[in-house]
Write a protein that binds this ligand. Structure first.
Ligand code: ZN
Ligand code: FE
Length: 257
């Protein structure tokens, strides 16, 4: 399975998945249809699946037009998103499996950003290869999504599921927010050497207009404060010893950053 990054709107990423034969494709969170259709035409592939992570417009905006062009396409989303995702035909829950080409995604229910948010996790195709995580607006490179429809406790539980995935897992998040996130992260975790190194790398990439996606679970565990609610230095930074309160205070500070 190949993953192609398609930039969309101001800072979204759409992910086009193609099988090894490149004849069928799936798309994750099509913010808009046009760039997806252009890419499909370029490789001569048929769209068989739309994988939506949640109902926000910058993740489903292309659904209708893609369905018009490919009436047989299967539209997947979270069960709790029923009625909020155009064309949804499959209502997924934690532990469900979805096949694409020779790979199968496992569904993780990760509410917090929205109450229905799901992730698609493709375990490694063979030993020594990385798995692929499509996590929408829940986990970002250096950050996490805002809590629009969930509580800090829910989000910590959801992020804990992602944190348990293998370190090598590639994290395909839906926005290019990395530089701004890391600028905030340095204010709460200024002694973190891995974070400083990462900031320099990301700054250089952005100066060259390069994408910072995908990240990996391993990198996020080392540098992302929103996966580090149990680290003493972060608890000290927000004056708490409680993991959920630590997370909540970090999230509140980021909201005002
Ligand atoms: Zn969103
Ligand atoms: Fe979004």
């Amino acid at each position: 399975m190949q993953v192609t990054l398609i930039p969309a709107l101001s800072d979204n990423y759409i992910f086009l998945l193609t099988d090894s034969g490149q004849k069928i494709a799936a798309v994750v969170d099509p913010a808009e249809a046009k760039p997806v259709l252009r890419q499909l035409q370029a490789i001569g592939a048929k769209l068989v699946a739309i994988f939506n992570t949640h109902h926000h417009h910058d993740h489903i905006g292309g659904n209708r037009q893609l369905i018009q062009e490919f009436p047989d396409v299967w539209v997947y989303g979270g069960a709790e998103d029923e009625g909020r995702i155009p064309g949804q035909r499959v209502f997924l829950q934690e532990g469900d499996r979805v096949a694409f080409g020779d790979r199968t995604a496992e569904i993780l229910f990760i509410p917090g950003h929205t109450r229905a948010h799901i992730a698609y996790y493709f375990p490694p195709a063979s030993e020594g290869e990385p798995g692929d995580l499509f996590c929408g607006d829940t986990l970002f490179a250096g950050g996490c999504g805002r809590l629009f429809e969930g509580t800090p406790a829910q989000m910590v539980n959801s992020l804990s599921k992602l944190r348990r995935l293998p370190d090598s897992t590639r994290v395909w998040c839906a926005h290019e927010y990395t530089l701004k996130n890391l600028q905030f992260d340095l204010t709460v975790d200024p002694q973190n050497q891995n974070l400083k190194t990462r900031f320099a790398q990301v700054k250089a990439s952005r100066d060259r207009h390069q994408s910072t996606i995908p990240s990996t679970i391993g990198i996020e565990k080392q540098t992302n404060p929103f996966l580090r609610w149990d680290m003493p230095e972060l608890q000290a930074a927000v004056n708490s010893q409680d993991p959920i309160q630590t997370f909540a205070r970090l999230r509140g500070m980021k909201d005002r950053f």
